[in-house]
Design a protein. Sequence first.
Length: 487
Amino acid sequence: MSEISNLCDVIIFGGHGDLAFRKLMPALYHLCNDGYINEHSRIFSTTRAAITQEEHLELVKTKLKEFLAQGQFDEAKFENFKARLHLVKVDLGNVESYEELSHLLGENPQRERISYLSTSPDFFGAICKALSVWRLVTPQSRVVLEKPIGRDLVSSRAINVEVLKYFEESQVYRIDHYLGKDTVQNIMALRFSNRIFTPLWDASNIDHVEITVSESVGVEGRWGYYDEYGAMRDMIQNHLMQLLCLIAMEPPCSLDADSVRDEKVKVLKSLRPMSAADIQQKTVRAQYTKGSSNGQIVPGYKEGEGVANSTTETYAAVRVDIDNWRWNGVPFYLRSGKRLRNRNSEIIIQFKSIPYSIFANKGSCISQNKLVISLQPRESIQLKLMNKIPGLSEQMRLQQVDLELNSPTNEERKPEAYERLMLDVIRSNPTLFMRLDEVEAAWKWADIILQGWAENIVPMKSYSAGTDGPTAAVELIARDGRSWHDE
Ligand code: NAP
């Protein structure tokens, strides 16, 4: 038992959708059972489906068994959890259909209300409007928006304008689930609580930064969604950009939400906009073709449902330049793709070479120091340093070894990103959520590249499923005399 937070009503719009069952319910199950949510709080799941409360509870139970990690489902804990679960029939686009929800929430008018919009963004405006029409938006209400918030600056603005007709900006929590990962939060701890990194964290000491998010899975049946977005919109504009901000931002004056977000926005506003020539030189887009993944032959992207003529990239790589004092001349290389050899997310901070090696004629080459922040599949932080190979050899032989940061913890289990984020919404702490100006600054930068791609100024490359991606991504970084960390 850790703490009892505010009494609240959580309403999951799209409560029978994939995300709700895969991530949100497991997060709430843990938070309730670990004592973070008041036992009198209620969790409403909305659906159009004609099912009963009993059937809803059975379905949640089945899904929890499916999506909780092995050994985490517990019958007694489910009994405790299920007392808070309620089904409510809502057709998202039909304002009349919110009547039952309105009655249920009206039973506790003073209670803090968290509306989690786990739906397509097409419904965000309609849901917020319906909540307002039924007078369900109070100063204690918060609304959580799932990604994607638009597919460019214009559509993102349109969605936000709709939401902000009914909620204040301070009530809006835009999720980027990468920010809920412990190791991602640890980037701030690492940078701002360790003096040794302070003088090293700039262009005079850092050669370049790599941010990679590779997935071994394909589109998993979500062609309708994915084909509208692609790797740049689905991953780079949001998740990888947020990671870049945490690495590049100046120390905030405090940990409060606006101080942190002010610093992130400054980074986003310093991203160098790309010219047409830059887009050709510094960006790569590609689609996967048939190949072999985990020992199985898998079809190419265009063999998916209704995407035979698709021009959507399943892989994107880009060199980002940040025009400010700290980062002038330090490229950030970002890449992300689907159906790659490995599932792997990591950030590499590569330091510059030493000015001169006294070991060169002793048969040792010196590798550059690297700080490796791994987010997936394992969360870890390693500093790669040179060290003498022990022994009596006349030659001073060196090797690169890892200094690994291990945090001892009494927690039995590492919380999932969605637990952290859901709890922060309950605690009214928006630090890990994106403010409107962050979203817009990131779109402004990405839109220029997307426009160039739409005009075909960069050819679409291909890569076989199950490989490390297109060779054009290797060439992208090789043009600068560098190579990806894993090559
Ligand atoms: P989903 O399963 O496709 O949809 C969620 C719910 O929306 C459905 O269960 C459905 O509810 C309702 N809905 C769909 N069309 C409707 C319509 N025409 N009228 C009324 N209701 C309708 O979505 P999801 O995969 O859970 O994802 C939800 C959001 O999170 C999306 O924006 C997605 O991009 C984002 N997201 C998802 C994931 C993931 O892993 N799934 C990851 C990151 C972000 P009923 O049929 O029950 O009424």
